[in-house]
Design a protein around this ligand. Structure first.
Ligand code: GLN
Length: 197
């Protein structure tokens, strides 16, 4: 069996290109996904950083909201960074009233949680399951995870706040590994996808 997974990057808005590059570096076939037909052709999906309210609006506009929810419910592996983490939250705090999420992780995420104190910063993050030392976390108006359900594994914290989680096939980080040139978190996700294929 060809064990190279095809991983889409949701390309409605956000830092799509950086994820495509990081996924390719982690030995996946990576392609942008904008339409339901494109979503149907990938094994897994990355939801990039950007602006979750805009992403939510565009997902509705492009007819992607229900197809995305369906694939997530169906067990497709997904990785969301920052705005992508927000999209994967079952519950959201400080979202806009009309803001939709896909859900997928039994967690409550607070939008812009770090942003109010500190617009943007970097920190070394110990990431459970990733060897070779801490990963560099780039936080940009980042959310944090306020609480998680019993099925959710916390993979990393920063300053007492949960910043990386995994539930089954669904992974989310508050920060942006795609902006650092360190592809270990993407490699971790590609491994998750490969193991499930
Ligand atoms: N604060 C943004 C939002 O609410 C997320 C920021 C980011 O993705 N870097 O969507």
């Amino acid at each position: 069996m060809d064990n190279t997974p095809v991983i889409g990057v949701l390309a409605l808005q956000g830092d799509v290109r950086e994820h495509l590059i990081a996924l390719a570096a982690a030995d996946a076939v990576a392609r942008p996904v904008r339409r339901p037909e494109e979503l149907a052709e990938v094994d897994a999906l990355v939801i990039p950083g950007g602006e979750s309210t805009t992403m939510s609006k565009l997902a509705v506009l492009f007819g992607m909201l229900e197809p995305l929810r369906e694939r997530v419910r169906g067990g497709m592996p997904v990785y969301g960074t920052c705005a992508g983490m927000i999209m994967l939250a079952d519950k959201l705090l400080d979202g806009r009233e009309d803001q939709e999420t896909l859900g997928g992780i039994d967690m409550i995420v607070r939008r812009n949680a770090f942003g109010r104190q500190n617009e943007s910063f970097e920190a070394s993050i110990d990431f459970a399951g990733i060897d070779g030392g801490p990963v560099e976390g780039v936080f940009i108006r980042a959310p944090w995870v306020e609480s998680v359900g019993a099925e959710v594994r916390v993979l990393a914290t920063y300053d007492g706040h949960t910043v990386a989680v995994r539930q089954g096939n669904v992974l989310a980080t508050s920060f942006h590994p795609e902006l650092t040139g360190d592809d270990r978190v993407h490699a971790y996700f590609v491994d998750m996808v490969r193991t499930g294929l």
